[in-house]
Design a protein around this ligand. Structure first.
Ligand code: S3P
Length: 448
């Protein structure tokens, strides 16, 4: 089992780049596989989650040559997917499973979607319900919660004159995975797909659809895909995926927390539906600059981000801000340990159904380092200022918990060991080497 060993207190200095955005990478691979012609996608994360999506579309008949951060894709068009030889393996990736389910719902062949142990505990009724409402034959298995369904998912084919029908759906959760699943299923539907969400979640799918000429209109948190009169095709494209802000957040956070640090992360995606962490750090009065540098893949803005250590004040994240930093809550809580006063996270019940129960795992992690925090049903309180001491902690198989633990270790006194860190490869391959390059005292060890 792999682990990180960290000596705290070493300042981070210099410029770096982080692996490509995982969310954008999944979508670029999907739209490339569904294009008519050849696409080239560069800047991919190289992580296991994006690889799972690439492998699934290979199994479904697209030709995808994945080499490091670059993919060359021969797309098969909307009507060219073919029956795979076996079950489609989503690994640890909830985004893969939920988005691919939207694609499979409209097919005339049956499929099965499977995932690892953590993914098999994640709720799927949020996509199964609305997909069934538009005529898809999709089911999951019963599990921990009454009325909920979990992976593996079975999608039976549409037969004879069956087709997906129009859907008007008001999502109870602000979830880009749910929204994207339904929009993708809309590509095979005979009527329109209208979706409203409580606050705007990441809008990468919408941006790419518009860039490719899919007839989608968006009005704040509402959108309509109306295929009437559309020829249901787009050609190949060349896209460069920006760096992942959700990964850059760990580098920036470490610089804010460790005395003497000053870092720049170049070429990071700064789509406003993703920049909640930056806004939250500014609310903490952090020294954090964003310099926009242009637009890349499918209308995605990018920029260079610089952070320097300095005094921080407590801040609150809830509502719309929370949606825009949903994956950054563990690292936000870690930074809050260094801020003056009580920082709060609210409206974050969704965190309980991520790769781990991230409210529980974050609170346990912070406490292991000596921080003062309280678990709430929908979030947590962090009382800043407690002394952080190096600890021996476990990732619980969650990549963002593992990386938050590593950053806490960099800010803490003494030695930290983070056990079970292989999961970091799902989103941030090369994590330890990148931090070492900036001056952190971190090494990855294979144990036993
Ligand atoms: C993602 C959406 C979010 C996020 C996940 C990636 C996506 O999940 O947490 O890491 O790429 O659509 P939810 O849609 O469940 O909020």
């Amino acid at each position: 089992m792999a682990r990180f060993v960290i000596e705290g207190g070493a300042p981070l200095r210099g410029s770096t780049r982080v692996p490509g955005d995982k969310s954008i990478g999944h979508r670029a691979l999907i739209f490339g596989a569904l294009a008519e012609g050849r696409s080239v996608v560069t800047g991919l994360s190289g992580g296991l989650d994006n690889r799972a999506t690439a492998q699934i579309f290979t199994d479904l008949g697209a030709r995808i040559a994945l080499d490091g951060d670059r993919a060359e894709i021969e797309g098969v068009g909307l009507d060219g997917l073919r029956i795979p030889a076996g079950a489609l393996d989503c690994g640890n990736s909830g985004t893969t499973m939920r988005l691919v389910a939207g694609v499979l719902a409209g097919q005339r062949f049956g499929t099965r979607l499977v995932g690892d142990e953590s993914l098999s505990r994640r709720p799927m009724m949020r996509i199964i319900g609305p997909l069934r409402a538009r005529g898809a034959h999709i089911s999951g298995v019963k599990g921990a919660k009454e009325g909920e369904l979990y992976p593996p998912l079975a999608v039976a084919p549409l037969i004879d004159d069956e087709a997906l029908i129009a859907l008007e759906y008001r999502s109870p959760v602000a979830s880009a995975q749910v929204k994207s699943c339904l929009l993708l299923s809309g590509l095979w539907a005979r009527g329109l797909t209208a979706i409203a969400e409580p606050t705007i979640s990441r809008d990468h799918t919408e941006r790419m659809m518009r860039a490719l000429g899919v007839p989608l209109q968006t009005m704040g948190p509402m959108m309509v895909l109306d295929p009437t009169g559309w020829d249901r095709r787009w050609g190949g494209f060349t896209w460069e995926v920006p760096g992942d802000l959700s990964s850059a957040a760990f580098v920036l956070a470490a610089a804010l927390m460790v005395e003497g640090s000053e870092v720049t992360v170049e070429g990071v995606g700064i789509n406003p539906t993703r920049t909640g962490f930056v806004d939250a750090m500014r609310a903490m009065r952090a020294s954090l600059d964003v310099r926009p540098t242009g637009e890349g893949a499918g209308g995605e803005p990018r920029g260079d981000l610089s952070a320097a250590h300095g005094p921080l004040s407590a801040a609150m994240s809830a509502g719309e801000l929370l949606t825009r930093m949903i994956d950054e809550v563990p690292i936000f809580a870690a930074v809050a340990t260094r801020a003056r006063g009580r920082s709060d996270v609210r409206d974050a019940e969704e965190l309980r159904v991520k790769e781990s129960d991230r409210i529980e795992t974050t609170v346990a992690l912070l406490e292991a380092f000596g921080a003062d925090c309280t678990e709430l049903d929908d979030g947590l309180h962090v009382h800043g200022g407690a002394r952080l001491r190096g600890a021996v902690v476990d990732s619980r198989g969650d990549h963002r918990v593992a990386m938050t633990a590593a950053v806490l270790g960099m800010a803490a006194e003494g030695r930290t060991v983070v056990e079970d860190v292989a999961c970091v490869r799902t989103s941030f391959p090369g994590f330890a080497a990148l931090f070492e390059g900036l001056g952190a005292q971190i090494r990855e060890e294979e144990e036993g």
